[in-house]
Design a protein around this ligand. Structure first.
Ligand code: GLC
Length: 422
């Protein structure tokens, strides 16, 4: 019979100090914001449409986020129940949101005329959220970043030829130098989220890049020296760090093993603002994805791609508000919770924190749900959103406890029954 125990096994050696907040908080906001918000056709637009440096410049020249109110972003994230955020300091196009001394390709030189990162970090900290930086290892703007098969101008043979002698060592110095800037000039950073390594890629005329190219060990050492408490994701090609399945919900965590993971998910398939994309997930699905992750011992980092005027567009905002509504009533089935040793019935997920077991009903059954192994184990049961009693009966011989549910499905995105274990 499964033990009623803490759902999260102890932290093994190898992970640095404080992962507790990360495991506890479970839900974060990812923000992809840069000059790709102007074309509004996905943050890979330069790559996909093979846009030259010269032509891409128009977005730099017109970036004027006049409605940017970082405190409003932070307040909304908090209202949605998010406890941390990760924002793009630089994406693959090389555009920097902060006032880097190492480049001119930065927000202060656009019509925005200011460092956009600092007020953002300050606002989120003021709302009590932990802050993290997404930083692209790839850089399609830097003059020494080797032109490879991912580069926007990969098909321009003349361009390729002209740029054959690029010096990765110089780029690496820039990469490390910028990370040093970010980790020395911007206060406490809780999470460093590098993106991404592609060592296996081989286009014949060029190859992908991995730890040797980024000098990942040295980078990681520097990061830890500058901010010893910091958490790192797994994309430096070092085989360690927080696992970050992308637009993918893992099948399961292996019970009893320690796995630090976070699924990063979009609301509509794009990370950057993508005006005409209609693949919006309903808020109910986003909540189910959050629940699914926590039931498997993982986090959800849910993305927003703000507009070039500096706002969350209404489709994102509405979803965050709806999630926040659910979280207001159900956050204790999320924070501090993890995987349960009990197996949930069909169409359900369990999350657990100590002696509280949460049954999330992804589909509403007619009247009854049978809980294997729970006969004799439950002291009390209630619907979580309104604390109304849920009566039950038990069949000791079978070990089954059967809940008596109302016929009417509660009008919340995912109804939850809170079970007080003995
Ligand atoms: C990627 C992409 C990307 C996005 C992301 C988030 O691999 O290149 O545009 O930022 O990861 O996980």
């Amino acid at each position: 019979m499964p033990e009623v125990a803490a759902a999260t096994p102890p932290v093994p050696a190898g992970f640095n100090a404080n992962v507790d907040w990360f495991v506890h908080d479970r839900f974060g906001l990812f923000i992809h914001w840069g000059i790709y918000a102007l074309p509004a056709r996905h943050e890979w637009v330069r790559n996909r449409e093979r846009i030259t440096e010269e032509r891409y410049q128009r977005y730099f020249d017109h970036f004027d986020p006049d409605l940017f109110e970082p405190r409003a972003w932070a307040a909304l994230a908090r209202q949605a129940g998010m406890r941390y955020m990760v924002v793009t300091s630089k994406h693959h196009d090389g555009f920097c949101l902060w006032d880097s001394a190492l480049t001119n390709y930065k927000a202060p030189n656009t019509p925005a005329r200011r460092d956009l990162l600092r007020p953002l970090l300050d606002a989120f900290r003021a709302e009590g959220l932990k802050v993290g930086l997404y930083h692209s290892l790839i850089d399609w703007h830097h003059p020494e970043y080797p032109v490879d098969g991912l580069h926007p101008q990969r098909d321009d043979l003349e361009f390729r030829e002209r740029h054959r002698q690029r010096d990765m060592a110089q780029y690496v110095e820039y990469l490390h130098g910028q990370v040093r800037e970010l980790l020395t000039g911007y206060g406490r950073i809780d999470y460093m989220w590098f993106d991404f390594s592609y060592p296996g890629q081989d286009w014949g005329w060029s190859k992908g890049k991995g730890r040797a190219d980024w000098q990942s060990e040295r980078l990681e050492t520097m990061v830890r020296e500058l901010q010893p408490h910091i958490l790192l994701n797994d994309r430096l090609d070092l085989g360690r760090g927080i696992k970050t399945p992308e637009q993918f919900q893992p099948r399961r965590s292996t019970p009893g093993t320690y796995q630090l993971w976070e699924a990063c998910q979009t609301m509509n398939g794009s990370w950057g603002y993508d005006r005409d994309n209609l693949d919006w997930k309903p808020a109910s699905l986003l909540v189910r994805m959050l629940v699914d992750g926590v039931s498997k011992g993982g986090n959800l980092l849910l993305n927003v791609g703000p507009t070039a005027r500096g706002e969350f567009d209404p489709r994102s905002r509405d979803r965050l508000l709806a999630i926040g509504d659910w979280m207001r009533h159900h956050d204790r089935a999320i924070y501090g919770c993890g995987q349960s040793a009990f197996s949930a019935p069909d169409d359900c997920r369990y999350t657990q924190r100590g002696d509280r077991l949460y049954l999330h009903l992804l589909a509403w059954p007619f009247r009854h749900v049978h809980l294997e192994g729970l006969a004799g184990r439950v002291a009390y049961a209630q619907l979580l959103h309104d604390a109304s009693e849920v009566r039950y009966h038990e069949r000791a011989e079978e070990g089954v406890l059967t809940l008596d549910l109302p016929v009417q499905r509660p009008d919340v995105l995912v109804p939850v029954v809170e079970l007080f274990l003995r």
